[in-house]
Write a protein that binds this ligand. Sequence first.
Ligand SMILES: Cc1cc2nc3c(=O)[nH]c(=O)nc-3n(C[C@H](O)[C@H](O)[C@H](O)COP(=O)(O)OP(=O)(O)OC[C@H]3O[C@@H](n4cnc5c(N)ncnc54)[C@H](O)[C@@H]3O)c2cc1C
Length: 457
Amino acid sequence: MTDVNAARVQETYRFRHMATVRHFLRANVRPGDLLLVALLALPVILAWPRLGILDPADSAAVLRWTARVSGIAAMICMILAALLSARLPGVDRWFGGLPRIWGWHRALGYWAFVLTMMHVLAIAFAGVAGSPEQAVATLFPGAGGHAIWAGWAAWLLMLAFVWPTFGLPRPPAYQRWKRLHLLSAPMLILALAHVLWLTPPGAVWWALGGAGLLAIGWRKVLAPRVARHEHRVVSVTPLTDDVVEIALRPRGAPVRFRPGQFVYLTPFDEDLAAGRGEEHPYTIASAPGDPLLRIGIKNLGDASGALQTVSVGSSAAIEGPYGCFFQRHHPGRGQLWFGGGIGITPFVAGARALADEALATTGDIRLFYLADRPERAYYLEELQRLAATSPGLEVTPHYFRSHGAITGGFLQQHCGDFASREIYICGPQAMRNYLLDLLRRHGVPGYRIHTEAFDFL
Ligand SMILES: Cc1cc2nc3c(=O)[nH]c(=O)nc-3n(C[C@H](O)[C@H](O)[C@H](O)COP(=O)(O)OP(=O)(O)OC[C@H]3O[C@@H](n4cnc5c(N)ncnc54)[C@H](O)[C@@H]3O)c2cc1C
């Protein structure tokens, strides 16, 4: 090979390699992730000069150093977890959607717990390296040790609400688990008091700690009063034995949203058997131009079961919208949608938007509706009607009971270029996993597949 050819091959390889890295970053890293990582590192970087030079031969000093660093890291994890719980509409898009934010929130909570344990153990072992009496005196000071007692109280509160998150002794009911989470506010205050008493007052801790507390205050006190839009239930249409579509009319300005987004719905119907005043996430099934907000609700538990018979005329609050399922749209490339079970709702919104003349876009969309059997394919008739009048939309039902699991052959038969499309999947986890595996086996790169989960907790 000549030098010129070798250079060209190398250059091509470099470009391909760079393109793969770029695609990987585009699919997996969002601006919010970078911001979080920077905030995670900030307090440790600022504290670094005060941590001193580490002498590996001095085990007590290493333990004291570990205790300080793990303490700082645990504190920043707690604060960031609190900040992420604010659930400000729009902010979730920086992270690629609310489910990714909850993923971060959970990871930060987990690491706050582990680092706090490390912090306590490192202090204990550092004390034992001197004498057991010293260890006991450091960990359990007399009445004057406010800072240490505040730390212990924070730790106990953390244990109380983090333990059930690990499913121990068994997963708690969702609403009970949510109420237990309220302990995070006093825990954060006590942990901050512990830090501020022990370290020279730093503007960074005040600012970050204050922001964390504001976030909790916003979510628990302010948002229910100022961020919710009042609506009235105007119709409840049964779609099958365990799914209804509820239409709501806004009492004030309508919620502005895009297809694929979801809202938190809080019903106030006095006659509801369960879930009155509880907020639950539901995808908007209407087109943005529809004066009514429509939501398809499947009976999956107490609250969603009770909503099957919510009273027409009753009030409900809507908060949001959240999510960015379709916003990773790449114009110019055809789309392939897979909706399974109640996971069909974002595609119903998408199809209704396509048919809405005011929004009409020329799409090139193939929708596969995966249902167990024809009676479970609610919305199918309407989707087929919409496809008949929207030139860019084609709908193909697939019934598990008669066809078995969907195969590459079935896809090929109904959508020859399926592997080169931008792909959107919403449905139960088993379906998502199966499709991800199938598509990857047909060479579809991960960055072209977008999924939405209804079971992210
Ligand atoms: C982004 C998103 C969009 C959704 N869209 C729809 C939709 O269009 N139609 C539909 O029927 N269902 C949708 N769901 C599911 C719906 O939120 C749950 O079925 C409902 O919250 C169940 O509540 P429950 O009290 O009836 O059941 P429970 O028995 O209390 O809960 C069953 C499961 O639902 C989840 N869940 C319950 N409450 C919440 C909550 N407040 N926040 C998050 N998850 C919760 C938990 O995983 C829980 O284990 C969506 C969920 C998410 C996350």
